[in-house]
Design a protein around this ligand. Structure first.
Ligand code: SF4
Length: 71
């Protein structure tokens, strides 16, 4: 994965979609808000873009290597 991934926890509605679909990359913290795991790098670019697009609250932000927001 060449992208950088961040979660805006102010936007996360705890749907669990990212955690369910990609448990190696996302996990809930103690407040049941999604966090990015260090192993997110194991996902392909396509998988990370899919995770961002599937987030119902658009809380997953994906940046390319130039810092441009992709999703
Ligand atoms: S899919 Fe989006 S709203 Fe659902 S847990 Fe993940 S970051 Fe939060």
């Amino acid at each position: 994965m060449a992208y950088r991934v961040e979660i805006d926890q102010d936007e996360c509605m705890s749907s669990g979609r990212c955690v369910a679909d990609y448990p190696a990359a996302f996990a809930f913290d103690d407040d049941e808000l999604a966090t990015v795991q260090p192993t997110v790098g194991n996902l392909t670019d396509q998988q990370i873009l899919r995770a961002a697009r599937n987030c119902p609250s658009r809380a997953i932000n994906v940046y390319d290597s130039n810092g441009n927001l992709l999703e």
